[in-house]
Design a protein around this ligand. Structure first.
Ligand code: GLY
Ligand code: MN
Ligand code: MN
Length: 431
């Protein structure tokens, strides 16, 4: 049973949502919006379905992860109405009506059919959700400007949402500790994934994303997607990027560990760690996130030189020549919430020099984001550098020595406060 104060905070979260929706509906000329929960599609030419987690706006109101074929009607001046799909089905478990306090502020119905409820007499109606569910539902389907406004309404988290993301961090922390222990005991990627799931008590399909668990050179594939079952003959490094979902809300945490004896790689981890902490400390209202991304490149340039990976260039030149980008090719981070890469992160396009940056806001209180600098040895990015005009500045021997460790990423979840920032990850997982 969740903490009563969390359940209380959820009620005020719903009041805030109602006020935001009232305002948005009016601004866009709608009287009501019908939100689909979504449903998992069947795999092509198969009778097995994908795993359903949920559609953002539906989870924003209900937190009901994994619910399918259900609908929520939001209308100014009325209680939200929830139709929960509760089929009589002896193949699958059918959901039961929620009994937590939040459900009491909604009008609840059960429905056996998968179709949308017939909604009439509500004025101008928008219907939002996966086109597979909403394409036949009367009303304006997924009007672009309205959907964008509903996405933007998820950017500033309520106290309830902050508490859920904090909990998602707390729950992931023992998983990261267990993963590290399993690595140091010589475990395989598969065994490390089991250790993570056992310690968090969450099956991987219910986590916000498939854990990224890379040993040795696999740590250099940014979103490495396999788990090797046999352990490697030598374990040099572990990169684990794994989260937890709590009441719909995600954590997204990465840690990198060097095996004992990998002194050079450990020194690089320490360097990325220091840089990452400095960047977390720099999060504050009024800071342009793209500037933090640029700061990360400056810091990385200094680290590349201090470690001897790059020689004979000023830090500015290491960045301007694209060298730091070859070692750190992704963006510094993204918004976090109901989705791991939460919506509405880019009010402006990414700068040309940072095409993968998913967050271009100037930071404001209530935003939650990740700070995740990295340093990787990715052959397809480093080989052209080592063969090009700058090769005299690149320490190919050191790269070769460290390539088998793959790469480093350190990732925390940070909430912007009125005066600065709160690191939601380090509170539970200090290192
Ligand atoms: N886990 C994916 C990411 O860090 O963005
Ligand atoms: Mn992330
Ligand atoms: Mn991550």
């Amino acid at each position: 049973m969740p903490d009563p104060s969390l359940l209380q905070a959820q009620l005020s979260h719903l009041q805030t949502l109602q006020a935001r929706y009232d305002h948005i509906l009016e601004a866009h000329g709608y009287d009501a919006v019908l939100i689909s929960s979504g449903a998992a599609p069947l795999r092509y030419a198969d009778d097995q379905s994908h795993h359903h987690q949920g559609f953002g706006p539906f989870l924003h109101w209900t937190g009901l992860v994994g619910i399918e074929h259900s609908w929520l009607l939001v209308r100014a001046g009325y209680k939200p109405q929830l139709w929960l799909h509760t089929p009589v089905d002896f193949w699958h478990a059918s959901p039961s009506l929620p009994t937590e306090p939040w459900a009491a502020v909604m009008a609840l119905h059960t429905c056996e059919q998968t179709d949308a409820p017939v909604v009439s007499g509500v004025g101008r109606l928008a219907v939002v959700g996966d086109p597979a569910q909403v394409h036949k539902v009367p009303g304006d389907q997924n009007p672009v400007a309205l959907v964008q406004a509903l996405d933007a309404a998820r950017v500033h988290k309520t106290h309830y949402e902050l508490a859920c993301i904090d909990h998602a961090n707390a729950a992931a922390a023992p998983g990261h500790l267990a993963a590290r222990e399993a690595f140091l005991a010589g475990g395989s990627e598969f065994e490390i994934s089991l250790a993570y799931q056992r310690a968090t008590g969450q099956r991987e399909a219910d986590a916000p994303y498939h854990s990224i668990i890379g040993l040795n050179h696999h740590a250099g594939t940014l979103h490495y997607q396999h788990y090797e079952v046999p352990p490697p003959s030598v374990s040099r490094s572990l990169l684990i990027d794994a989260g937890y979902r709590y009441r719909g809300y995600c954590s997204d945490i990465t840690r990198t560990t060097a095996a004992p004896g990998e002194g050079h790689f450990q020194a690089l981890i320490d360097g990325v760690q220091q840089l990452q902490r400095r960047l977390c400390d720099a999060v504050a209202p009024g800071v342009a996130y793209a500037d933090l991304h640029d700061k990360a490149h400056q810091g990385l340039a200094a680290l590349l030189t201090a470690s001897g990976l790059v020689t004979g260039l000023e830090d500015d030149a290491v960045v301007a020549e694209g060298i730091s980008r070859a070692f750190f090719p992704h963006g510094l981070g993204h918004l976090l919430g109901i989705q791991v890469h939460d919506v509405a992160g880019k009010p402006y396009p990414s700068p040309e020099h940072a095409p993968f940056l998913r967050l271009t806001h100037t930071l404001e209180p209530g935003m939650v984001l990740t700070i995740e600098p990295g340093l990787y040895f990715i052959p397809s990015l480093l080989e052209p550098l080592m063969a090009g005009p700058l090769k005299g500045h690149i320490n190919a021997a050191l790269i070769e020595a460290l390539q088998g460790c793959g790469g480093i990423r350190i990732e925390d979840n940070v909430a912007v406060t009125n005066t600065g920032a709160r690191n939601l990850t380090r509170a539970h997982l200090p290192a």
